[in-house]
Design a protein around this ligand. Structure first.
Ligand code: ADP
Ligand code: MG
Length: 234
């Protein structure tokens, strides 16, 4: 495999990741080669412990790979440079984690506004943006609530709003519907599909085959490698 596709947003070459803990080494990713086009919606499946979160965190720039190459928009990222990866993440990526990762002592409004605080945006503009995304995600009555005063579905929508507020090119969602009921799952998938139609690249780790059926491609992680099932669905 090489990284030369015209429309390629992400290209991973021989990405390996191991963790060392108490002198035991776990080889989680054993040489991932993966090319994802701009505007694709990709699902990643695999049993618990197969490395889905590890792979997503590497792509999001939250975790350095042990070795391998990562190209984003045809540029090689310096995966071992924490500062550069942080800039990449702030600029390009919206991350939605399984456990919402909301900040408990910040209100809904403050949680959603947080990514904009890293940018030099006037507070009036921030207010407009936050209110607009809260409306879109059905959170407009909840501005002053704190995370523990919200249902699971509402917390997840706040974490989605926080990921989307800076209009990322790439959305990474780690089991975003893992703790949601059917109705909230459908709402969230509708949001992802709408974003995807706007051209945003989306990568979702999931155990839910219904969600996988909405993705263009599904990748299976097994024994540290990717198996791809099914052809491209557009
Ligand atoms: P999944 O998301 O598919 O459940 P993970 O990527 O979370 O899988 O974990 C893959 C493997 O890596 C598991 O065996 C897990 O115990 C191990 N692992 C994950 N994070 C760490 C860490 N920080 N230190 C040591 N081992 C880890
Ligand atoms: Mg996981």
């Amino acid at each position: 495999m090489n990284c030369s596709g015209n429309n390629e947003a992400i290209c991973l070459l021989d990405i390996k990741k191991y963790y060392k803990k108490n002198k035991i080494t776990t080889n989680v990713l054993k040489g991932i080669n993966l090319s994802i086009n701009q505007g694709e919606m990709i699902c990643i499946m695999g049993v618990s412990g197969s490395g889905k979160s590890t792979l997503l965190n590497i792509i999001a720039g939250l975790l350095p790979a042990t070795s391998g190459e990562y190209y984003y928009d045809h540029n090689k990222l310096n995966i071992n440079n924490y500062h550069m990866m942080e800039i990449f993440r702030h600029d390009k990526v919206g991350v939605i984690l399984q456990k919402f990762a909301l900040i408990e002592d910040l209100s809904v409004y403050e949680n959603i506004a947080l990514p904009l605080k890293y940018q030099k945006i006037p507070s009036k503009k921030i207010r407009q943006k936050v209110h607009s995304i809260m409306k879109e995600l059905d959170l407009d009555q909840k501005e002053d609530y704190y995370p523990d005063e919200l249902s699971g579905g509402q917390q997840q929508r706040v974490s989605i709003a926080r990921a989307l507020i800076k209009q990322p090119e790439l959305v990474i969602a780690d089991e975003p519907t893992g703790s949601l009921d059917e109705e909230n799952t459908q709402k969230i998938m509708a949001i992802f599909q709408k974003l995807n139609q706007q051209g945003i690249t989306i990568i979702i780790a999931t155990h839910d085959t219904n969600i996988a059926s909405l993705c263009h491609r599904t990748l299976f992680l097994k024994n540290g490698l990717i198996e791809e099932k099914g052809g491209y669905r557009s």
